[in-house]
Design a protein around this ligand. Structure first.
Ligand SMILES: [Zn+2]
Length: 477
């Protein structure tokens, strides 16, 4: 069975047939950069990462965009509270986010990280198109709204009750975030208010044939429509996001894009990821179960990253996974065992070609991933083959070709899930490479104290440095 995905738009499992089989386009809503990103958001980022890895492993050429929202209600509120301007404030949090992406091994798959404020010109243009076609209007509060009554399929993705839609259609909502009860015309361009401080643009819109300067800022939803269109075109294959984004954010993206661009569907397959639970409950600061990636690193060091990946991958993206520290520690142990097994099998293989010993397990792995990314079943196929190979090895009966087959499947799982099982598949992040280079320089400058300090910095991230007369040799703990 070829790849099938559960499409939130049709609420069905559908065969994956990209619009252009030679160029699959994928967009994932990225973070709003105003604070630490919590592990629930990171789990979504991992699901998108594994999805794109799987497409590439399956032979597709993929263009994958993940945006960074750097202008939005919460950003303005918190930048002011921090006494910083928007640009400085969001750069700080975006940098932190990108470092987390590096640490998790998520950066390499992403082709573009657009920032919303670089696309305001395109947002103004799309809003103008919506004004011209009657899908948008300028209201007496100085903002421009999308007229949901002008878009007959509004509510399709969110499966909204049409009668509720009618009741709400007369209302307007300016906030970026709201729930289904507040359904109404939503803000495309938010007229300036004093609390926006220094955050505004001053475009001129043509409204009823007249030019009007409307000082203000874009609404959150238009940002994704414009960044997606600018980088991937008017129709894309797959859009991913957390289940909380389905309404209103994704519903509004559809309305804006399809109304402005006249292309339907804006997105062929919508994938929504269930929320991560922590200790059996929804994450919240008041419950004390709210954790960031940094919290995990503080407790276990950065080398915990692949175990976090394994833990998230061990569940299905459409089912709530319960994160616990016990679960994370178990994943660390499993990963350690898989790494050791790989080393053992690689030695036993002795350069031999893989036999068909792993054929059944590899087929099961592929079938599971093709079945709406059933990563837990795919991992079960890997564990099964590893156990069989271990059993044979203990009896001294593991043939080199069998060992090579086990290594091949482990390496496949490694590429797809990013488990960093062997030094060969694990790469230094740009920041880590810079530290390695700085240490080489410190050594050539005979600054031994600095070289020792940098060795410790690398060790804390699970990177071991050995010195020889030929320079530094890197290995992974
Ligand atoms: Zn978005």
């Amino acid at each position: 069975m070829p790849l099938h995905l559960h499409n939130s738009l049709t609420r069905r499992l559908e065969p994956f047939e990209p619009l252009d089989p030679h160029r699959v386009t994928v967009y994932a809503c990225g973070p709003t950069v105003y604070n630490h990103v919590h592990i629930g958001n990171w789990s979504l980022s991992l699901v998108s990462d594994v999805f794109v890895r799987w497409l590439r492993e399956s032979g597709y050429t993929v263009v994958y965009v993940q945006n960074i929202t750097d202008v939005e209600d919460k950003i303005i509120r918190d930048a002011q509270a921090a006494g910083e301007d928007r640009a400085t404030f969001t750069k700080h949090w975006a940098d932190k986010y990108l470092k987390g992406m590096d640490a998790l091994g998520n950066t390499a798959q992403v082709d573009h990280f657009p920032r919303a404020t670089d696309y305001v010109h395109g947002m103004v243009a799309m809003i103008q198109t919506l004004l011209d076609s009657g899908h948008a209007y300028y209201a007496d509060d100085g903002s421009i709204y999308f007229r949901i009554a002008s878009f007959p399929t509004y509510g399709e993705l969110a499966n909204l009750d049409r009668s509720m839609l009618k009741a709400g259609a007369s209302g307007r909502i300016k906030d970026d975030e709201y729930d289904k009860e507040a359904v109404g015309d939503f803000a495309l361009w938010k007229g300036y208010v004093e609390t926006d401080g220094e955050v505004y643009w001053s475009p001129t819109f043509t409204i009823d044939g007249k030019g009007l300067l409307v000082k203000g800022r874009p609404g959150w939803h238009i940002e994704c429509s414009v960044m997606s269109t600018a980088l991937l075109g008017p129709s894309i294959d797959v859009h991913l996001g957390g289940e909380d984004l389905l309404f209103p954010h994704h519903q509004n993206e559809i309305a804006q894009s399809e109304a402005a661009l006249g292309k339907r569907p804006f997105v062929k397959y919508w994938l929504h990821h269930k929320h991560l639970l922590v200790n059996g409950a929804k994450m919240s600061k008041s419950k004390g179960n709210f954790f960031t990636l940094q919290d995990l690193f503080d407790r276990y060091g950065k080398k915990v990253a692949p175990a976090f990946r394994l833990l998230i991958t061990s569940g299905h993206y459409r089912k709530s996974l319960d994160f616990t520290f016990g679960g994370l520690e178990a994943a660390q142990k499993t990963l350690h065992n898989l790494g050791e097994a790989r080393e053992r099998f690689a030695k036993a293989a002795g350069g031999e070609e893989p036999s068909d010993f792993g054929a059944e397990a590899t087929a099961a792995f592929t079938a599971a991933m093709d079945d709406d990314l059933n990563s837990s079943e795919a991992l079960a196929a890997v564990h099964k083959l590893v156990s069989e190979a271990n059993r044979l090895n203990q009896d001294g009966a593991l043939a080199p070709g069998q060992a090579a087959a086990a290594v091949a499947l482990l390496d496949k799982a490694d590429r797809v899930f990013g488990l960093m099982l062997s030094a060969g598949t694990r790469e230094l992040t740009p920041a880590q490479q810079a530290t390695v280079d700085a240490r080489a320089k410190a050594r050539s400058d005979k600054d031994w104290a600095e070289a020792d300090r940098l060795r410790d910095v690398l060790a804390a991230e699970g990177i071991l440095v050995k010195d020889s007369k030929d320079g530094q040799a890197i290995s992974f703990a």
